[in-house]
Design a protein around this ligand. Structure first.
Ligand code: HAM
Length: 424
């Protein structure tokens, strides 16, 4: 019997895991720099949280959730995103009683039963931020600039920031009525999927890539022309703050997000090199979400970035993350006694922070050296009976080929000189 990982999931193997660690490390650094704190919520929640939070008439809730009944008969769903959980946690733990705004971030796996393709998986990983309890447009700009800063730090400087406002409970219903009327007038030109969306979720029609739908969409009424005064002001202020930060953006009135909780600001960062799944990160304001899941009026804004898409974007641009794998010293041993003495040295070196390796397969010296090479060892040393008797051995720089005779009892000191290690 042969097992494969479930469709749409990936094993992340070394050395790629080093890239993931690097991304996670940078995320912790940069998010902390903006004073966001890490939150860890469960990987599964009660299904109703997502139904109410994300919206019943969304692709995620209608088609993509991993939902099952647990042994207690409760309906459980593997989280398809992080925002609803963060707000649930904020309310449940009464964080509103603390100084506001609250700025959280998270990193972790999400699950959506989507059709797998490049950049789209069933288990994927997001790093996300949520700034809760303030409606200040400066915070919208902070959130966006934080995402852009992260991308810049990875060497991605040329991605497009698409910006829109999707209005609020006041102005959106009037706009949606206008849009519905227009779409009904042009219904014949729409694809079957969009025809059925007119009544259920007409905003999603704006997102359809079908050519015939596109020709209808281009002349559709625009949400940005139909905002109420307060939404229009908010949108203008967000742009002003982005200008202050010198962040370029494209106003895109067709930008609608796949989750229903958005109000006001919506944005996506796109990389044209990625093909169909071109959004590296997306987010927006969700001032109505807390009310939907907990009866409290609580503004919030955030984004989530897909780590797999970030990696694809880096790959498309031939950007190598500065990660290195390798060992500082490979100890090649000859004979039982040398192995035992070297094992002690190995432990001492590791205790001092040197990445040190030894043979565990009883191989010949030649094979051990090949192993050292494969492991990218910076230095090697051969220790046999003679070396032990003379308390001296030759340490070799694998890159330059330079060799140096050293006292074995001095190996630790020598390594300190040779390998540039902080904190040693
Ligand atoms: P989202 O647009 O559904 O938003 O997902 C955010 C990002 O997750 C996408 O831009 C993409 O990079 C990645 N992503 C989504 N689905 C997949 C998939 N099937 N495979 C690979 N990557 C994927 C949210 O999830 C919101 N919670 C974002 C947010 C936070 N809004 C406010 N706060």
């Amino acid at each position: 019997m042969k097992f494969n990982a479930p469709r749409g999931t990936n094993d992340i193997l070394p050395p790629d895991t080093l890239k993931w660690q690097y991304i996670e490390k940078k995320t912790h650094e940069i998010f902390s720099n903006y004073n966001y704190q890490e939150i860890r919520t469960p990987i599964f929640e009660y299904t109703e949280l997502f139904q109410r939070g994300i919206g019943e008439v969304t692709d995620i809730v209608e088609k993509e959730m991993y939902t099952f009944e647990d042994k207690g008969g409760r309906s459980i769903t593997l989280r398809p995103e992080g925002t609803a959980s963060v707000i649930r946690s904020f309310l449940e733990n009464k964080i509103y009683g603390q100084a506001q705004p609250t700025k959280y971030y998270y990193i972790g796996p999400m699950f959506r039963y989507e059709r797998p393709q490049s950049g789209r998986f069933r288990q994927f990983h997001q790093l996300g931020v949520e700034a809760i309890a303030s409606n200040d447009p400066a915070l919208d700009a902070e959130i966006i600039s934080l995402g852009m800063r992260l991308l810049q730090d990875f060497g991605l400087n040329d991605l497009e920031l698409h910006l829109n406002s999707v209005g609020c409970g006041e102005c959106r219903p009037t706009y949606v009525d206008k849009l519905k009327k227009y779409l009904n007038e042009n219904k014949e030109q729409l694809c079957d999927n969009c025809k059925s969306r007119i009544d259920r979720n007409p905003l999603r029609v704006l997102d359809c890539k079908n050519d015939s739908c596109q020709s209808v969409i281009k002349d559709a009424p625009k949400i940005t022309d139909n905002l109420c005064e307060s939404c229009a002001d908010h949108f203008n202020d967000v742009q002003e703050y982005l200008d202050i930060l010198n962040l370029d953006y494209i106003i895109n009135p067709l930008l609608v997000r796949g989750l229903d909780y958005y109000t006001n600001t919506a944005f996506e960062i796109k990389d044209n090199a990625l093909g169909a799944q071109d959004t590296v990160f997306g987010g927006g304001r969700y001032n109505g979400l807390a009310e939907e899941i907990g009866s409290r009026d609580l503004p919030g804004i955030g984004f989530a970035l897909g780590i797999e898409r970030l990696l694809l974007s880096l790959e498309a641009k031939d950007i190598e993350l500065p990660v290195e794998s390798g060992v500082d010293l490979y100890i090649t041993v000859i004979g039982e006694q040398a192995k035992k003495e070297s094992f002690k040295l190995l432990d001492q070196l590791r205790n001092k922070g040197f990445i040190t390796e030894i043979d565990y397969l009883g191989r010949s010296v030649g094979s051990q050296m090949k192993s050292a090479d494969r492991m990218n060892a910076e230095y090697t040393i051969i220790i046999g009976e003679n070396e032990l008797n003379n308390n001296s051995a030759t340490i070799r720089n694998m890159k330059s080929g330079d060799e140096k005779e050293i006292q074995l009892s001095n190996l630790l000191e020598e390594m300190k000189q040779l390998v540039d290690k902080e904190d040693i």
